[in-house]
Design a protein around this ligand. Structure first.
Ligand code: FAD
Length: 429
């Protein structure tokens, strides 16, 4: 009998909780990855960089495993069918993996567990993606936190060294195998892109000075680890160790990540609904033409347009600019935050349902611990404060001075219209 380890959003050999537990049992472990057709069908762009990134990360894992006389097996298909195939070829004692907290992933895992049980195979999942999960950080009465500051205080008070200690791997228990290669992108309906995967390293200089520079988009002095955390090519425990050593502000950002993850876990309906129910009454204008102008970086507001152009050409956008563009869409254009959220989900390399949803709801004012509805970013003032020399704008929109279209909506007018619409929707008049 063998064990199987199923890689999902934990694409690394180093410090991997589920893999550690599988290997420590002493049985041989077959490591697999499934290009899951149920997931891939939600990626309509054949040149999606994220799929290319995943594939390159898998090639790296396969190469690493070859050093231990083993290899990674990849499959393409629906997860249930793939497991039927695997269990037909091998006698599998247990399938090990790391937990994923998105609603669809939780449902998939329930289904796979039931299927495996019916075939006499166990399914064991582990905490790996976060330091604290589920009910580990809750209020004293057992209910989940919905405000960040007390959540983060409890998080920090609870943290002990054992929570961020790494998981060593007994690699000699990896199943002896010859590499069969990793599915090519063309085999799974995708094409090569311009993204290059390299094993992520944390730049301690950037982390040390994070609080000083993080708000200035032109400086590019955030860590850029978003995609690595999304796909687990880096371990969160390693990030926490460095955050504790070098920078409290960066630690807080990593705690925001867990905060939104536990919100999605406890309130899975936020995927579709405003966390604050009464915000469902806001009469969004949802003008499709204006939405397209926003998507294409043609609103006539340089900082907004530069941000959207960065997103469209690279899949990345600085956090400050994400806040400005999201506020602009929801407040200035009065377009439903769900439209912006879906657009970011298609484009962002580091797209993560919990973080994206939480931050969009924050920007729209309807989320937990959100910006109050009357806080409306002034894109000109934001640009002046955070991109005074226009370095960011010029980088992503070099000919904006010659090219800029007239503002899609005048700022003072838009601000008043947003306030009126929000007040009306929230029954404040
Ligand atoms: P750093 O700035 O170095 O931070 C390290 C890590 O901390 C990030 O990679 C991320 O995992 C976490 N983090 C930082 N800020 C936040 C935050 N506000 N909320 C949750 N986690 C955070 N982040 C995503 O990871 N995925 C998303 O889909 C996403 N969508 C967003 C949408 C909007 C409208 C806004 C305003 C923010 C969004 N963010 C999202 C949060 C934040 O913008 C990115 O995490 C950050 O820009 C990534 O930069 P970085 O990789 O250099 O990470």
């Amino acid at each position: 009998k063998i064990h199987v380890f199923w890689f999902r959003r934990d694409l690394r050999l180093e410090d991997n909780a589920g893999l550690h537990h599988a290997l420590k049992s002493g049985r041989q472990v077959l490591a697999v990855f499934i290009f899951d057709t149920d997931i891939l069908k939600r990626f309509p762009d054949p040149e999606d960089r994220r799929v290319d990134y995943i594939r390159q990360a898998l090639v790296h894992i396969d190469k690493e495993m070859q050093k231990y006389g083993s290899a990674l097996r990849t499959f393409y298909g629906n997860a249930s069918e793939v497991f039927q195939k695997i269990t037909a070829s091998y006698t599998v004692d247990t399938v090990f993996c790391n937990r994923d907290y998105e609603p669809r992933a939780l449902q998939r895992d329930r289904d796979i567990k039931t299927l495996l049980k019916s075939m006499g195979t166990d399914f064991r999942d582990f905490k790996d993606q976060v330091i604290f999960e589920k009910d580990e950080i809750v209020k004293n009465d057992g209910t989940p936190y919905t405000v960040f500051t007390p959540y983060s205080k409890k998080w920090k008070d609870t943290l002990k060294e054992q929570h961020y200690a790494g998981f060593p791997l007994k690699k000699e228990h990896l199943m002896p195998l010859k590499s069969a290669g990793i599915h090519r992108l063309e085999d799974i309906g995708f094409r090569k892109t311009d993204i290059t995967f390299t094993p992520p390293v944390i730049d301690t200089g950037t982390v040390s000075a994070y609080d000083k520079f993080r708000d200035y988009p032109a400086k590019e002095r955030t860590t850029g680890l978003g995609i690595a955390l999304r796909f687990g090519t880096i371990s969160i425990r390693k990030c926490i160790r460095l955050a504790l050593q070098y920078n409290d502000t960066w630690l807080d950002e990593l705690i925001w990540r867990e905060f939104f993850m536990q919100i999605l876990y406890h309130f899975p309906w936020v995927e579709h609904r405003c966390f604050k129910e009464k915000y469902e009454h806001i009469a969004w204008r949802n003008n499709e033409k204006e939405f397209r102008l926003w998507c294409n970086g043609k609103t006539g507001y340089p900082i907004v347009d530069a941000g959207m152009r960065q997103l469209n050409s690279t899949g990345q956008m600085h956090n400050r600019v994400r806040m400005i563009t999201a506020s602009f869409l929801t407040k200035h254009l009065l377009i439903d935050w769900r439209w912006g959220e879906a657009y970011f989900a298609r484009k962002l390399l580091d797209y993560d349902m919990a973080a994206n949803n939480g931050n969009w709801q924050w920007a729209a004012g309807c989320g937990c611990d959100a910006a109050p509805y009357f806080r409306i970013f002034n894109p000109y003032a934001q640009a002046k404060k955070f991109d005074r020399d226009l370095h960011y704008v010029r980088r992503w929109y070099p000919d904006f001075e010659a090219d800029l279209s007239p503002p899609v909506v005048e700022h003072h007018y838009a601000r008043k219209r947003a306030l009126d619409t929000y007040k009306k929707g929230l029954g404040k008049e």
